[in-house]
Design a protein around this ligand. Structure first.
Ligand SMILES: Cc1cc2nc3c(=O)[nH]c(=O)nc-3n(C[C@H](O)[C@H](O)[C@H](O)COP(=O)(O)OP(=O)(O)OC[C@H]3O[C@@H](n4cnc5c(N)ncnc54)[C@H](O)[C@@H]3O)c2cc1C
Length: 403
């Protein structure tokens, strides 16, 4: 499932659509575009398996979208673990929630299965290929993608021609996206996967540790490794190494981190809360490339898949030969996208503001105990666990699992 094409075969034809990035948004839109377009190319700068910064939780929306797409995560006889429990912990207060219709799956496995699905739908997949620049050629009315193939694939820079381009390249580090947090600087992402069999975290349990400078989520993956995914204020890093930023969140909550944290390989992401224009003359944008709100509620994969469905629907409704097809598809896509996701973005953004204020957050957690309906409004997939209790003492490592 690695790169299948030589540089010459990539450039010898004009594609109907090229998708940049084989994450959930890219693979999903590629598979769906294949229903109405003939030649669809999906490219990614990496070579499988991808390891990504992610909390690895599948929201009910993500599961529904995967079902609609026809992706069976149980294939191979190993369904993802169900996520049944979540503990929020902040300044000595613990809130336990029951979760329903949520699952955990490593990103290596999820992304690989989505690429495989796209390839089964006859999408051409090309790994190890970085798109450096996209241009609109007024003369030929084509999009030109300037690409670089990894040296291992013996490729010089190439130019790929396509009628349409979809940017599904994830969170941008370029200035094309605006940080969309007006009141606070957006947080950055940091994460690692590490092995600690003794760490008290059972499968199906999500732990969220909240601290003044950020928060981090922990789950155990199918290979028994622990996935750590954190969102942190840049200012809280003070030039220290990534592990110390994450360690500070554990310390604030009087928890020991998994052993090996200082030696773990961390992946970072730029400012998390972002928004870009959904389309312009050069390309349409889906998934995180279109916009993202901090990962507190673990819904990004579902949003990415839903956005891809809306774009595919817009493509199916417009004849691509019409002179203003880009505008027509773009407008339909924008309408569908905002109708489907605006409420979720707003709810999530409010929460990310609340979590930055310790008193407000603690008040929310306390109030939730007495008004379980509040929990449901914040996390539609959660209900209050009846044994939820206040945790006053600084809990040692062996007690963490009791929370
Ligand atoms: C700390 C953290 C925790 C999170 N936890 C969760 C969670 O628990 N649940 C959840 O649902 N979501 C979570 N998310 C969000 C989720 O990871 C994203 O929303 C989701 O991955 C978006 O998918 P995507 O396809 O848009 O982008 P991505 O998955 O980022 O895929 C983009 C792809 O594009 C490729 N690419 C980039 N640039 C180029 C280029 N120039 N040329 C070719 N290829 C390129 C990359 O290699 C990558 O494979 C979390 C995010 C963070 C930061």
């Amino acid at each position: 499932m690695i790169s299948t094409r030589t540089a010459a075969s990539l450039t010898s034809m004009t594609w109907d659509a090229v998708i940049i990035g084989a994450g959930p948004a890219g693979s999903a839109i590629a598979a769906q575009l294949k229903r109405s377009l003939k030649r669809v190319l999906l490219v990614d700068r990496r070579t499988l398996p991808f390891h990504k910064l992610c909390g690895c939780c599948l929201s009910p929306q993500a599961t529904t979208e995967l079902d609609t797409l026809g992706v069976d995560l149980s294939s191979g006889g190993r369904p993802p673990d169900q996520l049944t429990r979540c503990t929020f912990r902040s300044s000595g207060i613990a809130l336990q929630l029951n979760l329903s219709q949520m699952a955990v799956i490593s990103r290596e496995r999820l992304d690989a299965q989505l690429i495989e699905h796209a390839m089964n739908c006859d999408v051409d997949f090309q790994g190890s290929t970085t798109i450096k620049k996209v241009e609109w050629d007024q003369n030929t009315k084509l999009r030109l993608l300037h690409a670089e193939l990894l040296p291992s694939h013996r490729g010089d820079p190439v130019t790929i021609r396509s009628h349409a381009v979809v940017d599904a390249s994830g969170l941008p580090s370029t200035p094309r996206a605006k940080a969309a947090q007006r009141f606070f600087a957006p947080r950055i992402g940091l994460g690692a996967v590490l092995r600690d069999d003794q760490f008290p975290l059972e499968r199906g349990h999500l732990k969220m540790l909240i601290a003044p400078g950020g928060y981090c989520g922990l789950v155990r993956l199918e290979n028994n490794c622990i996935d750590i995914a954190a969102a942190l204020d840049v200012s809280s890093m003070h030039g220290r190494p990534p592990w110390q930023g994450v360690d500070a969140i554990f310390k604030h909550n009087s928890c020991d981190p998994p052993v090996g944290l200082p030696r773990a390989t961390f992946i970072g992401k730029p400012a998390l809360t972002r928004r870009s224009t959904l389309y312009d003359q050069r390309c349409y944008r889906v998934g995180d490339a279109a916009g993202y709100v901090e990962p507190l509620t673990g819904e990004g994969i579902g949003w990415a898949l839903r956005g891809a469905r809306e774009l595919a629907a817009a493509f199916e409704q417009v004849d691509p030969k019409q002179p203003d097809a880009t505008q027509q598809i773009g407008r339909r896509y924008s309408r569908g996208y905002w109708a489907a996701l605006q409420r979720d973005f707003r709810r999530c953004r409010l929460l990310t503001l609340a979590v930055r204020n310790r008193h407000l957050w603690n008040l929310t957690m306390k109030a939730s105990r007495h008004a379980p309906a509040l929990i449901h409004r914040i996390f539609p997939q959660a209900t209050l666990h009846t044994d939820s209790h206040e945790d006053q003492d600084a809990s040692p490592r062996q007690k963490v699992e009791e929370l």
